[in-house]
Write a protein that binds this ligand. Sequence first.
Ligand SMILES: [Fe+2]
Ligand SMILES: [Fe+2]
Length: 198
Amino acid sequence: MDITEVILHQHAEQRRMFAMLDEVDRLDTATLQPLWRRLEILLETHAAAEEKFLYPLLPKVGAGHADADAADEEVQDAVKDHNEIRAAIGKVGRHQVGSTAWWDAVTETRVANSDHMAEEERQDLADFRRHTDLQTRHEIAVEFVRFESEKAAEGVPPTDKDPDEYVEERTWTGAKAKGSPHRGPHDVGGFQRTYLGP
Ligand SMILES: [Fe+2]
Ligand SMILES: [Fe+2]
């Protein structure tokens, strides 16, 4: 595992989650709220893990890369960017989900995060790749993902299901034409699914 690859992968996930919000009806608050919450947790745990495990080492090993003159400058920029992203996330939380002000704050977060990721990738991660060996990057990655996993969402409590009861309790009532006027909230892929339990 290489911390620079882990971070790149998570940046892609952050971009993808902002793109998911594009796909949702702008007034569908029941979907927007959990999608945003998941993205917010990802952004917060990611930045905290970088500040805990990546950036303390960069001034010791880095030399400044691309348009950064020095590693200290890279770290100062990153910490400042993280604060700006947190401030924008805070604005999102102060507005009603799905409102114009809420969407404006989501866009502000997206802009701040996009700018930061681009700079982090071309300066900080490149500097790290050039001046640390794979073993170091592996060890940081292990600490990084352990911390993130500890701090991430509490998750869904594990609940075993009886396979037979599961099949009996969930009824597929047959195909329905896409776009049918009777299409309800549980119609998925042209089928209606009846949920009878968690
Ligand atoms: Fe960052
Ligand atoms: Fe990052």
